[in-house]
Design a protein around this ligand. Sequence first.
Ligand code: ATP
Ligand code: MG
Length: 346
Amino acid sequence: MSEAAQNNPAFTPRVFSGIQPSGGLTLGNYLGAIKRFVDMQGSGVETIYCVVDMHAITVWQDPEALTRQTRELTAGYLAAGLDPTQSILFNQSQVAEHAQLAWIFNCVARMGWMNRMTQWKDKAGKHAEKASLGLFAYPALMAADILIYHATHVPVGEDQKQHVELTRDIAIKFNHDFKTEFFPITEPVIEGAATRVMSLRDGSKKMSKSDPSDASRINMTDDADAIAKKIRKAKTDPEPLPSDLDGLEGRPEARNLVNIYAALAEMPAAQVMAEMGGKPFSEFKPLLADLAVAKLAPISSEMARYMQDPAEIDRILSGGADRARAIAAPILKKTYEIVGMVGAGA
Ligand code: ATP
Ligand code: MG
């Protein structure tokens, strides 16, 4: 955290991150985000974790499914070890300040910046004309999610690096335009062996909860049989595993499975290579499946237990929203004052 402390001497370190309830949680979400959220909790720094339902509706979500997915994602956070007394846990739409600050940032960010975002290009694809305006403006809302708490650190997967950089650009431009140092220059925190878990069907594509192919991902709620089957069918090449990292050059599918193993076993990828080098995939895949089941099964059964009591989940989200609002409201008020909106100082 030292670099951010230098960039942001006036700001107390604070961690914020979020996940969209746009489907069921995947192994990518777990290793690239949730597991790391849990690791950052209790380190003496305030941690704020959000279910970003307003991001989810940038693409069509069936209302009933959105409600269920919001609760299920919260259950995933809790089951993985987030403690609502240690971290602030809530869903975005309950704290209106996110949307209010996002509007200000819509007026700070430039069209050209948004046009360069790879997530926009990937998700809007060839049909940009038909994509929602919200999908285009997504990164400005994400900047508001982060900056409404003056968060200094954002743990994310590799795919979100560009959006955190845009958050920094928005903070810099706001501070410059209004001759202030009000917003911190937030640092992305992208660490560990699995910052980009790839699709099991295509080693060049990120594993995503919104991928139409269920075989492309391991869901947190998959049972042991489904996990074993998906790993067995995962695309690989005919060579056995090499015994060092250099041997993974040009073998993205093999690299992906090794990285997943390393992250689940909490060991460096080089050690996985040293232990597994020479094994054919027919031997390595069952070991990986056993490890994935051992790590995920306790979390998914705990998720199922939480899902039996939706009222308790809603109570946790509402309590978290109150705590989040207490931080966000004065920051929004000050922002309005800086911008010159009448009534903001009242
Ligand atoms: P969607 O397909 O709807 O965009 P997603 O699986 O990409 O869903 P997000 O809610 O967009 O999930 O991202 C939540 C967090 O999970 C972010 O920090 C993101 O970087 C991380 N993440 C998502 N996919 C992966 C992945 N394959 N590997 C590592 N981290 C990931
Ligand atoms: Mg995503």
